[in-house]
Design a protein. Structure first.
Length: 140
């Protein structure tokens, strides 16, 4: 029964991802970071090193995905700034993996939270303009 629930949850997440627009996908990635970091902190507190490693790796992979999604061609300065931030977060999480200093996880959360909040609060008309630009770029 438990495996059926896990399978359903995985299919549900994948279905949401397929149906999502790029804005929703980035929001889901930020949510995934926060979830993984929260679980990492719990794992460190409970001395569950296996869970800590898995969750930190998941957060690092999401940061890499966000970094890979940056559009250096259209927005080089902004993309560079975001990339540097994402790489800093990855480096900090690598330190956490060794030091088990959960305060560094809080630092990463504090750095990413404003970005996530701003991203989620982009007005709908601006999201639509961005979607049109993406579609035009893909058509070219």
């Amino acid at each position: 029964m438990r495996n059926n629930l896990k399978t359903y949850q995985k299919i549900s997440k994948e279905s949401n991802l397929i149906a999502s627009d790029p804005h929703q996908i980035i929001s889901l990635l930020y949510n995934g970071i926060f979830e993984s970091l929260k679980l990492s902190k719990i794992a460190i507190t409970n001395k569950n090193l296996d869970l800590k490693s898995k969750q930190l790796a998941k957060a690092v992979n999401i940061f890499r995905s966000l970094d890979d999604s940056l559009d250096f061609e259209s927005e080089p300065a902004i993309s560079k700034n975001f990339s540097e931030l994402y790489l800093y977060c990855i480096s900090t999480l690598a330190d956490v993996s060794v030091s088990l200093d959960s305060k560094k996880i809080d630092e990463v959360i504090d750095l990413i939270e404003p970005l996530s909040s701003a991203w989620k609060n982009i007005p709908e008309d601006e999201k639509q303009k961005g979607l049109v630009l993406i579609q035009a770029k893909e058509s070219a």
